[in-house]
Write a protein that binds this ligand. Structure first.
Ligand SMILES: Nc1nc2c(ncn2[C@@H]2O[C@H](COP(=O)(O)OP(=O)(O)OP(=O)(O)O)[C@@H](O)[C@H]2O)c(=O)[nH]1
Ligand SMILES: [Mg+2]
Ligand SMILES: [Zn+2]
Length: 379
């Protein structure tokens, strides 16, 4: 990011009490428009919330290009007073910050930062590198958030929910059984990883409950696309040494449905973490949402790992339908061969992607996943 010189700049402020920044699910809207014979994507919808901004205020700082999370203002901090830190977790308006000397500090967020224009539910997210000003009572006030990379987000009630920032890899965790494996959810998270340019690693836990041979076809499909797939069991310890190798020295986030064993896997790689785990409900086959908030955990193997609460639904954030096929590594090569310039690759006669699926060159399940996501189906 290239910073311009320090000067007064005009910053956009969100209208007070404004609720939704985006009108519903883009993918769904696009699907409808396509059905009505309208070929142009709703490009104006991508400008998030701009039309609702009503106030401008002058703040001191350098104007920067927006980062992955849309921040465009870099506030000045007095480095003789302020100190750098890393947000480990966010709890409502407060967050837990790790200082450079290794101690923890509770911080609030400066009001100005909170009111700066942003599409997020919370301004500060777990993983953020920040500058804080020490205030009385042994607490801190967050004055600046450094530009982010590796941002994992999803859509929640029409808004961007940033789960974690500044991570190197996303460990997508599913379970072979209890709850049953949801390959479409893995596909959806792969799209998110591709869009955010975060390296994905696929983990299938609880393989003690199934015959691993049954998983081979699925693993083969992911493996052919170049994704690393690990078969694991937090209970028996199978594959845990390999998982440890994958996490060592990196900043990783574990994501997946509730009850798949994310916290159990982390306890298996480092028992001193003592993360809470609980049984999957027998009736619903669902987890109990034991982990409450995304939290960065320092690893004894160097690096951080982020345990996240299980997600019920994973709606894609900011993926427009026409770019979706590009985020499917297996479908992408056929897209450029497709003769139709505005092809959605879902229903068109003679579409190369459809033909490749019919000829067995593309996995049918993956293609169906694409069609569901294109139509904006919830998972
Ligand atoms: N059989 C078997 N059970 C496991 C394994 N790993 C975890 N479990 C069980 O699965 C249940 C859920 O584990 P958690 O670690 O709490 O799952 P989680 O993904 O962290 O769930 P949330 O925090 O709710 O998102 C617990 O009862 C674990 O004992 C495994 O490898 N095999
Ligand atoms: Mg958990
Ligand atoms: Zn096509």
């Amino acid at each position: 990011m290239k910073k311009k010189d320090n000067r007064k700049i005009r910053a956009d402020f969100r209208k007070r009490y404004s609720t939704r920044a985006r009108d519903g699910d883009l993918t769904r809207q696009y699907g409808r428009q396509q059905g009505e014979g309208n070929d142009s994507p709703p490009a104006s919808e991508r400008v998030s919330g701009k039309g609702r901004l009503t106030r401008k205020r002058t703040v001191h700082g350098a104007e920067t290009t927006p980062d992955a999370a849309g921040f465009s203002v870099d506030l000045d901090v007095d480095t003789t007073v302020c100190q750098p830190g890393r947000v480990l977790s966010v709890h409502g308006l407060a967050c837990c910050v790790l200082r450079e000397d290794g101690t923890l500090l509770r911080c609030a967020t400066r009001k100005l930062l909170k009111s700066l224009s942003t599409d997020q539910r919370h301004v500060v997210a777990a993983g953020d590198r920040i500058w804080f000003r020490p205030v009385s009572g042994g607490e801190g006030l967050i004055e600046r958030i450094e530009p982010r990379h590796g941002v994992l987000s999803r859509t929640s009630r029409g808004r961007q929910h940033v789960i974690v920032t500044n991570v190197d890899q996303i460990v997508i965790v599913g379970s072979a059984a209890e709850p049953m494996l949801k390959p479409h959810l893995i596909d959806r998270m792969l799209v998110t990883a591709e869009k955010a340019r975060i390296r994905p690693v696929i983990c299938i836990n609880k393989i003690d409950l199934v015959d691993p041979a049954d998983l081979q076809p699925l693993i083969g499909v992911f493996g052919q696309m170049g994704y690393q797939v690990l078969l694991l069991s937090a209970t028996t310890g199978f594959g845990i040494a390999r998982l440890r190798g994958v996490l060592a020295g990196k900043e990783s986030v574990l994501a997946g449905q509730s009850g798949v064993g994310k916290s159990s896997l982390l306890n298996a790689i480092d028992p001193s973490l003592h993360l809470r785990v609980s049984d999957v409900s027998v009736e619903s086959q669902k987890g109990r949402h034991t982990t409450a908030a995304a939290r960065l955990l320092p690893l004894d193997l160097e690096g951080f790992v982020v345990d996240t609460p299980g997600i019920r639904q994973f709606q894609l954030w900011d993926v427009i339908p026409e770019e979706l096929a590009g985020f499917f590594r297996d479908i992408r090569p056929f897209v450029s061969l497709c003769a139709f310039p505005n092809c959605t690759h879902t229903h068109e006669q003679g579409c190369t992607v459809k033909d490749a699926t019919a000829d067995g060159k593309l996995d049918v399940r993956r293609y169906e996943s694409y069609c569901h996501m294109f139509a904006g189906d919830a998972i």
